[in-house]
Design a protein around this ligand. Structure first.
Ligand SMILES: Nc1ncnc2c1ncn2[C@@H]1O[C@H](COP(=O)(O)OP(=O)(O)OP(=O)(O)O)[C@@H](O)[C@H]1O
Length: 288
């Protein structure tokens, strides 16, 4: 049987001297949307650039569709759609001319789908890209990425500069895209609420290290925030606590198993945690 991971990253490292991406490993199963989260400078773009071999990795292994990402670069390219926050199509061209160019690059180029996307995104096919707004440029990049029968989309902060309405359109598009069970998406974003909406998996990188890569529902169902005063906080079992934040006389504590915590500390108030809160606690919280 074929591997069911479209992307496998094993101990991926990149040493920039003052920043090290440190043996990051995770796998993206076929048919899912994976959100890649982390603070500014955490290493999200470095990870994606190493996957795409835009940056040479210092160590580790990257398999795309079960094949080494460098040895099989040409075979992989056709099945990969990529969108960055800045897309540098030559801006003297029109979408129609970009289409002609892309049809020479991708063997699976599909004019009909491309024209449908241009229409859906209300992109004028004969207007020069230099006169496009930022949102229009990103939409054009999506139109290209979605028009050559790609099986894996990799998006690096592609939605960050878009207004909430276009962002919502793009998120719907990603959900549409994975309706085909052969399609998968890796999407990095600061906007954790977007990822909370669409991602099936969340991979969290902090200071160049992998903190976790889990199914989103598992995170949402299990993690929790326990609110308590100093008396309870002092007796909390250190091993159950991910991190805590002190606000006036209250302690807010991130726990990995909120049901267990609620049973163990019946006098504390325990509630669910959002992906954003989980990230905030890991990045800004203190360890007991
Ligand atoms: N070409 C480079 N040369 C040297 N250092 C680099 C290079 N590219 C990135 N870095 C460093 O790697 C670190 C991680 O950057 P990266 O862009 O991967 O983070 P990020 O998680 O994508 O952040 P952001 O959300 O701000 O885009 C930063 O400290 C950055 O300075």
């Amino acid at each position: 049987m074929m591997t069911d991971n479209v992307l496998e990253i094993r101990e991926l490292s990149k040493d920039y001297g003052d920043f090290v991406l440190d043996k990051v490993s995770f796998a993206l199963p076929r048919g899912v949307i994976m959100g890649l989260i982390g603070e500014n400078g955490a290493g999200k773009s470095t990870t994606i650039n190493c996957i795409l071999n835009e940056t040479q990795k210092s160590g580790g292994q990257v398999l795309i569709f079960g094949k080494d990402h460098i040895a099989d670069e040409l075979g992989i390219k056709d099945k990969l759609g990529v969108v960055f926050d800045e897309n540098h199509f030559p801006d003297i061209f029109t979408p129609e001319e970009i289409g002609k160019f892309m049809s020479g690059i991708y063997s699976g180029w599909d004019w009909k789908t491309y024209r449908q996307h241009l229409e859906k995104f209300e992109l004028p096919k004969d207007k020069k890209i230099k006169d496009f707004s930022k949102g229009m440029k990103v939409k054009l990049a999506f139109a290209v990425a979605l028009s050559h029968n790609a099986e894996l989309l990799i998006l690096d902060e592609a939605t960050s500069g878009l207004d909430p309405i276009i962002r919502d359109d793009v998120l719907d598009m990603l959900i549409d895209f994975v309706q085909d069970e052969n399609h998968s998406v890796l999407v990095s974003s600061h906007i954790t609420s977007d990822l909370e909406k669409v991602a099936d998996y969340i991979t969290f990188i902090h200071k160049g290290k992998l903190i976790f890569s889990h199914e989103k529902d598992e995170l949402i169902d299990n993690y929790g925030i326990l609110n308590c005063g100093a008396a309870i906080f002092d007796v909390l079992d250190k091993s159950e606590i991910v991190a805590y934040r002190k606000e006036d006389y209250q302690f807010k504590v991130l726990v990995k198993d909120r049901n267990k915590a609620a049973k163990q500390y019946p006098n504390a108030i325990v509630g669910p945690a959002t992906i954003e809160e989980i990230m905030l606690f890991y990045v800004k919280g203190e360890m007991k």
